[in-house]
Design a protein around this ligand. Sequence first.
Ligand code: ZN
Length: 411
Amino acid sequence: MPGRILLVVLLLLGAVGAVAQPVAVARSLAVEATAEGARVRLGLGRAPAGEVTRFHLTSPERLVVDIAGARADRREAPGTGPVRAARVAQFDAQTVRLVVEGAGPLRLAGARFVPGPSGSTVLELDVAATDAAAFAAAVRQGRATLALARPEPGPLAEIAALLDGSAGPPATPAAVPAEAVRRAARRPVVVLDPGHGGRDVGAISVTGGHEKDVTLAVARAAARVLERSGRVEVRLTRSDDRFLTLGERVALARAWGASLFISIHADSAPNPEARGASVYTLSETASDREAARLAAKENRADAIAGRDLSAVDGEAQGVLIDLALRDSMNASADFAQALQQRMEPMGIRFRSQFHRFAGFRVLRNLGVPAVLLECGYLSNAEDSAFLFSREGQRLLGEGIARAAEAWLTGS
Ligand code: ZN
């Protein structure tokens, strides 16, 4: 397994590596619309060690943010609202410069580091339009240091590095247990994973709706119920319409010390009569052809990300299942039962053979009980209407929440 040997070598080098100071590397740049204007998100492998400062320039109006202790290749992102465009590049040996070009006078309304996917850090800048006088005053003010809280350094730098490179999926379930054990003393952590998102829309319903919207709505409904009762901690791998690779979802769950992982999906089938929910758990061999077909479909997100891990995966998978995942697989099957037993009496229809097995990539490498719930069929008119209805989403969310809570707290 050359990939793994390479990885070990890299980790060893990292351990010796007082020589090469780790540096924040800019990996992504995006501008999103917000209610107040726009948010610029600069993805960094880790929080930069140095100062972050800002100043303003005229003709055209620009907000400039310098990040010391960072590296970047040149990237650009189209803007929205008050932002015409954003670009990032290496300014000098130590400094990365992020330039936010305004559609007119603009101001920095907020700035923070937030945890990004897979242990990375995102510098978020909230940008709003302002008037010419306020902008002129900001230009005169010159350079100012931004007081930004650094996110806690997690055990995730290695996972981030893994996902960043071509090394393949997180290959060592043993890498995180310390974190998982520490968490165990606290409330159990349920990680809800709304399937698909962003450019990966998932299945398309009979009326043209997207699976990614159903999965997010159901996950949010479940999170609300869990937060209200407060007996377990709840995390969402995504809480808006964004794209995550399957590896990133797994890495987040591991970073959070998940006690239980529930990936939420909705299926579609050529037969418009097919309907009802099913719960899937991981196995090396699929329980039936349909389960195999479904796994292939749900695993496509990584192909969408332009990263085909199947070569690495096939080899790693068997080893990981043998060594680390036996117990969690049994527990997963147990939770699959609990889910159905809780949800069916609430009026949620399940398929007669509701528990199936297949090689779902998002359930791999977790080492914790994990299921993939297909809430129903978007190719069936009645299921689709239910899945897109507020009431249907509320009911599904409530069922998932109650089942998870009862299973984790033994009540
Ligand atoms: Zn799906």
